[in-house]
Design a binder for this molecule. Structure first.
Ligand code: AR6
Length: 167
């Protein structure tokens, strides 16, 4: 597996699947989620609503992943996953690990060879970037997957530097 780091906007990545740092509602939000729905257009939200109605009446649980079209994005699919909110009193690392593992499992079911990940949970959900980078890189490296090209897309120079140091 080729693992690369990119500084930039995940909505601009030409890959088979882009991973969205979503919330359980699947109805959009800020950060990566907002950018993906804004640039991808209404088709993505329409499929999210169908998924809620058909399979996830209570929302997508934290650590799970599900795919939709990528709408107008230069990717084929969006894989939505729900990261854990960081907690100072409870270790939720297994849920962050699950986001990466489950996203790659969904990518395999789609036949996606290339996947772009954001730094899940490190924005609105408050996870310290250094620890998130450790979990992300370890989990992806250890995953049994057919995905051959994994790209971590870091929005700012500081997050990029942290991932680079960990890589
Ligand atoms: N491309 C790449 N990375 C980005 C982009 C972008 N366009 N925009 C932000 N980041 P966040 P979370 C970085 O908040 O912490 C939403 O409201 C950002 O700097 O998007 O998992 C959802 O609906 C940060 O490092 O995701 C949920 O409610 C990282 O992406 C909640 O936020 C993740 O930040 C999820 O919070």
């Amino acid at each position: 597996m080729k693992l690369t780091l990119v500084q930039g906007d995940i909505t601009e990545q030409r890959v088979d699947a882009v991973v969205n740092a979503a919330n359980s509602s699947l109805y959009g939000g800020g950060g990566v989620d907002g950018a993906i729905h804004r640039r991808g257009g209404p088709e993505i939200l329409a499929e999210c609503r169908e998924l809620r109605a058909a399979q996830y009446g209570r929302g997508l649980p934290t650590g799970h992943a599900v795919a939709t079209t990528a709408g107008r994005l230069p990717a084929r699919w969006v894989i939505h996953t729900v990261g854990p909110v960081h907690s100072a009193t409870e270790d939720r690392s297994h849920l962050l690990t699950a986001c990466y593992r489950e996203s790659l499992r969904v990518a395999d079911t789609l036949g996606a060879g290339s996947v772009a990940f954001p730094a899940i949970s490190t924005g609105i959900y408050g996870w310290p970037v250094d620890d998130a980078a450790r979990i992300a890189l370890e989990t992806v490296r250890q995953a049994a997957t057919d995905v051959t090209d994994v790209r971590f897309v870091l929005f700012d120079a500081a997050a990029y530097a942290v991932f680079e140091a960990r890589l």
